[in-house]
Write a protein that binds this ligand. Structure first.
Ligand code: SAH
Ligand code: SF4
Ligand code: F3S
Length: 513
């Protein structure tokens, strides 16, 4: 597809009057081929094109003068960061941000498709926005993010939610000015979703949330195709940013005074696999980032499969590379992992954990687990429970499997009743709580390093922040320490957080737990 086709593809302007009768799927399959999960599944050998020529077209300059935007974000950090980029584009157009929908001239829902309940929240919110649109027909309402990449969602919006003015996907957020312009000009729904991607655009503006911690994309997409997961379809193929661009961005953040960076990718360990001209992988990147004068670097998420020995060796050097690894396991049963398409066994996972613990003895490991995958037996579930104990995860995100249309698992027959799935989740969560409380307990009486983020959500007298090992700490101290690294002596461990006494600001580069 050439650039011109790309720019015009996927935009349809249905005639709202006869929308009840029309089968819009035809548009996606014939005239407008996108969005299409089927197309999104294909992995071609196309080269990744890098661009750094983003600029606001002079037609759109000042478009947002006197106008405000509101973005509600659902889902993972990737979406949070996309919201920061869209915020940057809005600002460049002259819009101001607002945190109340009533004040907004443009409202965007940046959506997540990972589970059914994530999608239901968005449809619920769209329902609420209907009356707002009735009261204020000039407000523009847009749906973007992962749900927009699904044709079933786009069809549903076309049929039921005519308060929506625009839908665009995850691969074309840089086209926001054109899409908004189109939505202002036309009184019909504007849809622009690209199913095939390939480009990386480097110089998009960003308005970051806060000035203490920052997210930095190191790669986009996912090629793992775990059988239950929609992400490879909504985010496209794996493609890595060039090391120089990442290093430059992080150096800049360090110079601006940021204290912590989280590297983002659906599977950061696959970083660099797509480079044809250089042999440079995630371990190499971490080794280079280690040398930057910035107190903390984290990453999320790592797939156990590509976690190589060199990476472990580099992480063991510590310094600004923190002792926390989020390592989703999904299940403790080799047979179940196979059906999930995870490409590792229980034994291989345990061996990886053993190696990590030898190299980084005080490492905190956390994970993601899915229970109630089609036909999961009690014995398979118990293997997940025993694996959890064997590893000694410090906490976990746990989910009941949710079928996603278009994925192989969604076609699997399932005869496990929902109440059995719920009961398993409960048993697993009890174990997770027990291990979390035990992990917290070991800090009682210890002095930890905390990056102070601000006032605690519950009590503005109290400040809070996280340790290197991602433990939430609450303590009393002057507000002037917000944004600084401080030492806190832990006085009481709770299940999900630690209470402590402020000792002082960290003066020299002294690394504590
Ligand atoms: N790329 C990350 C995961 C991103 S999605 C990784 O592989 O590590 C975050 C988590 O959502 C997954 O780890 C998985 O536990 C969960 N998840 C994904 N698809 C799901 C589904 N269909 N039903 C329930 N949970 C799901
Ligand atoms: Fe989904 Fe698997 Fe890719 Fe993670 S690695 S995003 S679970 S397909
Ligand atoms: Fe959700 Fe998309 Fe992230 S499906 S979890 S927002 S990549």
């Amino acid at each position: 597809m050439n650039e011109e086709q790309r720019l015009s593809a996927g935009r349809i302007k249905p005639d709202k009057a006869d929308k009840e009768e029309k089968d819009y799927s035809q548009y996606f399959q014939t005239v407008y081929t996108e969005p299409s999960l089927k197309k999104a599944r294909k992995r071609g050998g196309e080269e990744v094109a890098y661009f750094d020529d983003f600029e606001i077209d002079e037609r759109f300059q000042g478009m947002g003068k006197g106008r405000k935007f509101y973005i509600r974000t659902y889902g993972c950090q990737m979406n949070e960061h996309d919201t920061e980029v869209m915020g940057g584009i809005f600002s460049a157009l002259g819009y101001e941000v607002t945190d109340t929908v009533e004040d907004a001239n443009v409202i965007l829902l940046n959506t997540c498709a990972i589970r059914e309940n994530a999608e239901n929240k968005v449809f619920g919110e769209l329902g609420h926005l209907k009356s707002l649109k009735r009261r204020n027909p000039d407000v523009l309402i847009g749906v973007c993010g992962c749900m927009s990449q699904e044709e079933s969602v786009v069809n549903k919006i076309l049929k039921t939610y005519d308060q929506v003015d625009m839908i665009f996907g995850t691969h074309n957020i840089h086209r926001l000015p054109n899409i908004i312009h189109e939505a202002y000009m036309s009184k019909e729904m504007v849809i622009e979703v690209w199913s095939k991607e390939g480009d990386i655009i480097e110089n998009l503006p960003k308005v970051r949330h806060g000035n203490i911690k920052a997210w930095v994309n190191i790669m986009y997409g996912c090629d793992k195709f775990c059988t239950y997961c929609i992400v490879p379809y909504t985010r496209g193929k794996e493609r890595s940013r060039r090391p120089t661009d990442i290093i430059q961005e992080i150096r800049q953040l360090a110079a601006e005074g940021y204290k912590e960076v989280t590297l983002l990718g659906q599977n950061v360990n696959a970083y660099g696999k797509d480079f044809e001209d250089i042999a440079y992988r995630f371990g190499d990147l971490m080794d280079d980032l280690r040398k930057i004068d910035l107190p903390r670097i984290r990453f999320t998420t790592s797939h156990p499969r590509d976690f190589d020995d060199y990476l472990i060796e580099v992480l063991a050097k510590g310094g600004n590379l923190v002792e926390h690894i989020h390592l989703p396991v999904q299940s403790g049963s080799t047979s179940m992992l196979k059906i999930m398409g995870r490409i590792y066994s229980r034994e291989a996972f345990l061996e990886l954990v053993r190696k990590i613990k030898v190299a980084i003895p005080n490492v905190s490991l956390t994970t993601d687990i899915i229970v109630g995958f089609p036909n999961e037996t009690e014995a398979q579930f118990l293997e997940t429970m025993t694996l959890y104990e064997e590893v000694g995860f410090e906490t976990a995100f746990t989910y009941i499997y949710s079928p996603r249309d278009g994925t192989p698992a969604a076609k699997m027959a399932d005869n496990i009743p929902m109440d059995v799935k719920k009961e398993r989740l409960q048993r697993l969560n009890d174990l997770v709580n027990e291990y979390s409380a035990a992990a917290m307990k070991q800090f009682e009486g210890e002095v930890v390093e905390v990056l102070v983020e601000g006032e605690s959500k519950r009590n503005e007298e109290v400040l809070s922040g996280y340790t290197r090992r991602s433990k939430l700490v609450n303590f009393k101290a002057p507000k002037s320490v917000i944004g600084k690294l401080v030492h806190v002596k832990i006085t009481e461990a709770k299940t999900w957080s630690l209470d402590g006494e402020f000792i002082g600001v960290v003066e020299k580069k002294e690394v504590l737990i």
